[in-house]
Ligand binder design. Structure first.
Ligand SMILES: NC(=O)c1ccc[n+]([C@@H]2O[C@H](COP(=O)([O-])OP(=O)(O)OC[C@H]3O[C@@H](n4cnc5c(N)ncnc54)[C@H](OP(=O)(O)O)[C@@H]3O)[C@@H](O)[C@H]2O)c1
Length: 396
């Protein structure tokens, strides 16, 4: 039997959850907060004094304030504007950077549309990667001094004249140009994670990369080639995009508007399938991805551009011993991101500096024209990376 006490606790619990939902309508992002609320109530499960219970609710809400973040704005590209805000102040382990360029990412569009709020604690401004010159350092920073040219990754706030980077998520620009440097952090970390950490690529593996001409896709093609992949299948919507992918190392270009990628994979591999898939589409690609994977295949799911609901047969996942792993880089801990970013800087950036790999900067906009940059990406016209200049520091 449910006691009046249990019902009362449940009501308070629901009240706290509703507060969290109001702040984070996206269920995925509100989940850590939900768990926090549940843990708080679990810890006080046997409390029967109603006054104390009300107090617990207030304590929970105080605790929640730590996570509170203004609701993400929701607008179309025409409503973007350059406004004024407080200059951010670096914490002890952070650096303040005068931004020269920021890289554009598909997630900027999702965030603008209100579908991808920044993680708790991050700036609500768009932008997750920048290059520029160190203006100020936090008191515990040891590796940088004002005047250093740096680039790096952040949870938000890159579309700005000044931005903050955690020391572990920054690196010196070295011989890179500032525009190239701004194009590296997000897509190369995401692609490295997909091909190496999740894909566990080995020499001779066959790989399928969807949205091959995207920023992440064009980095993933080069990483797969560098790791000794045998066949690199890519999907894209046009002949030009597929030609671009072939230039980067793709061996089997597939126009998904003209043929089914699963048929192309089976025909080229005599029905065996591929060892690794890097997917951003999900939706109607999911079942064909499962069919296209070889025994012991691995699939990294990075986005749901084609929809997030699927109906599927689970049997093949079990019988083929498939590994399917999702990830969002932005929600990872600073420690994880820092390890990944520094690995990319050590292993990959020297090859970009020497021209062996390409950071794929295909288009540069001035930030006064940010509307055009968003429309350009939104229309799927871009190949590789778009970077945006703030024109706020002297460029070489
Ligand atoms: N999980 C993570 O940590 C993480 C990190 C970074 C990026 N991402 C995701 O990775 C993807 C690529 O990011 P990006 O910034 O590199 O993107 P991007 O350069 O803007 O490229 C995206 C491309 O995806 C293709 N596309 C879009 N909608 C599609 C659909 N419904 N079906 C098939 N193809 C579609 C389009 O190419 P075609 O013209 O060839 O169709 C488009 O140009 C995005 O979805 C982004 O959210 C995830």
């Amino acid at each position: 039997m449910v006691s009046a006490h249990t019902r009362y606790v449940c009501r308070l619990y629901k009240q706290a959850l509703n507060t969290a939902y109001d702040w984070y309508p996206n269920r995925l992002l509100s989940r850590p907060i939900m768990l926090q609320i549940r843990a708080h109530f679990e810890a006080n499960r046997n409390e029967s004094n109603p006054i104390r219970l009300q107090q617990i609710l207030r304590e929970t809400e105080d605790e929640l304030q730590k996570y509170k973040h203004p609701l993400p704005y929701k607008c179309d590209a025409t409503q973007l504007y350059i406004g004024k805000t407080e200059r951010p102040v670096p914490k002890p382990n952070e650096i303040l950077v005068k931004v020269a360029y920021f890289g554009m990412n598909r997630m900027d569009i999702s965030q603008r549309e209100g579908k991808y709020p920044p993680p708790p604690g991050a700036s609500i401004l768009l932008g997750v990667e920048i290059s520029g010159v160190v203006e100020e350092i936090g008191k515990d920073v040891t590796q940088y001094t004002p005047g250093d040219r740096v680039f790096g990754l952040m949870g938000g706030g890159g579309y700005a004249e000044y931005a903050i980077i955690n020391e572990g998520l920054a690196a010196k620009v070295g011989n890179l140009s500032l525009d190239t440097a701004a194009a590296i952090p997000e897509v190369w970390c995401t692609a490295y994670q997909a091909i190496h950490y999740i894909g566990g690529i080995k020499q001779g593996d066959d790989v399928l990369i969807h949205a091959g001409a995207s920023g992440v896709g064009s980095a993933a093609i080069q990483l797969a080639k560098r790791a000794g992949a045998k066949r690199i299948f890519v999907t894209a919507s046009t002949k030009e995009k597929l030609g671009y992918c072939v230039g980067l190392g793709a061996t089997h270009p597939i126009n998904y508007k003209e043929e089914k990628f699963v048929d192309a994979v089976h025909s080229a591999t005599a029905g065996r399938g591929v060892d690794i898939i890097v997917d951003f589409i999900a939706g109607n690609y999911f079942n064909d991805n499962i069919k296209a994977l070889a025994i012991d295949g691995r699939m990294s799911m990075q986005a749901v551009l084609g929809g997030s609901k699927v109906e599927t047969e689970l049997g093949p996942i079990i019988f083929k011993r498939l590994k399917i792993e999702g990830s969002t880089l932005r929600s990872r801990s600073v420690e994880y991101q820092s390890k990944l970013f520094q690995t990319v800087c050590q292993e990959i950036v020297p090859d970009i500096e020497s021209g062996v790999l390409s950071a794929n900067v295909k288009k540069t906009f001035n930030w006064e024209n940010i509307y055009d940059a968003h429309i350009y990406m939104e229309s799927n016209s871009n190949f590789g990376k778009i970077v945006v200049s703030t024109a706020s520091v002297n460029k070489e």
